[in-house]
Design a protein around this ligand. Structure first.
Ligand code: PMP
Length: 304
């Protein structure tokens, strides 16, 4: 990743990709306290457009507020930095990664002598869970790792350190031959994937876990709007593992994962063991919206 052409926005200016470096004593590298976002830009109807940029930027600032980090830029400045990172790298489609981290000005957990640094990188990244899986669906595994408890790390923050839990779960799932993990909360109810929100469909109704220990996903919110416009009912509630087993359909949502069907959980096929019709409908609507083919939702696109 580090050895490539291009530019990265770092602390207010564009620097050559290979020169966007930090010191080994960078505080966030040691303790994991930092916040970030994952944002996508698509090749849309009138050029490259970032999907729900303002919402991602707002979540970044909310994550920082939760951790008590003071970002030394305004939301407008960081939105502009994300646009610039796509434009100046000449990208038609992009995954954009803004991150705020503590620097190497000091060490220790007090973290009272540190500066908050900000970087924004953008590069082309295809389907996160594999192109063929977008129609076929993925196989997932109930993780042996619990999702964060609300009072251990704070689940509303998209915080660097929270992803150690995601990585343990995903690595376990992959080692067991699955594509992704499904994490349960500390009480045993379904929370989310390692980097995705989860939905199930039963008898025509869509269910998704409430946000107690899952990230408030922007794709999740998009699905709420699209389902509502289709006259489909979505219910937020506690979901048990066996409810997923007997669902007619299931899918994951996320900026990286987009809308990915789930065809199997813990070696049990979900429904027919393929992408279900409601999943397919919402997936297709999602791609219409992000690619600017739905004038009604033009407001979610920021052309670069
Ligand atoms: N949960 C977790 C743990 C995530 O990392 C992500 C990806 N940001 C999501 C859910 C989905 O969020 P979004 O739709 O905003 O990308």
């Amino acid at each position: 990743m580090a050895d490539r052409d291009g530019v990265i926005w770092l602390d207010g200016k564009m620097v050559p990709w290979r020169d966007a470096r930090v010191h080994v004593l960078t505080h966030t590298l040691h303790y994991g306290m930092g916040v970030f976002e994952g944002v996508r830009a698509y090749d849309a109807a009138h050029g490259t457009a970032i999907f729900r940029l303002e919402d991602h930027t707002r979540r970044l600032f909310n994550s920082a507020r939760i951790l008590g980090m003071k970002i030394p830029y305004s939301p407008e400045e960081l939105s502009a930095a994300q646009i610039a990172s796509v434009r100046e790298n000449g990208l038609e489609t992009a995954y954009i990664r803004p991150m705020c981290f503590f620097g190497s000005e000091g060490m220790g957990l007090r973290a009272d002598n540190l500066e908050v640094h900000v970087m924004v990188a953008a590069w082309t990244w295809g389907s996160y869970l594999g192109e063929e899986n977008m129609s076929r669906g993925i196989r997932i595994h109930t993780s042996s790792y619990s999702r964060h408890h609300v009072n251990v790390t704070l689940c509303k923050a998209k915080a660097n350190g929270n992803y150690m839990n995601s990585m343990l779960a995903l690595q376990e799932a992959v080692a067991c031959g699955y594509d992704e993990a499904m994490l349960l909360d500390t009480e045993g109810y379904v929370a989310e994937g390692s980097g995705e929100n989860i939905f199930i469909v039963r008898d025509g109704v869509i269910y998704t876990p409430d946000l107690t220990s899952a990230l408030d996903g922007i794709t999740r919110r998009t699905i709420f709007t699209l389902a509502d416009e289709e006259g489909l009912k979505i219910v937020e509630k506690r979901i048990t593992r066996d409810e997923v087993y007997i669902a007619d359909e299931a899918f994951f949502t996320g900026t990286a994962a987009e809308v990915t069907p789930i065809r199997e959980v813990d070696n049990r096929p979900i429904g027919e063991g393929t992408r279900g019709p409601i999943t397919q409908r919402l997936q297709s609507l999602y791609f219409d919206v992000v690619k600017g083919r739905q004038p009604k939702h033009e407001g979610w696109l920021t052309y670069v």
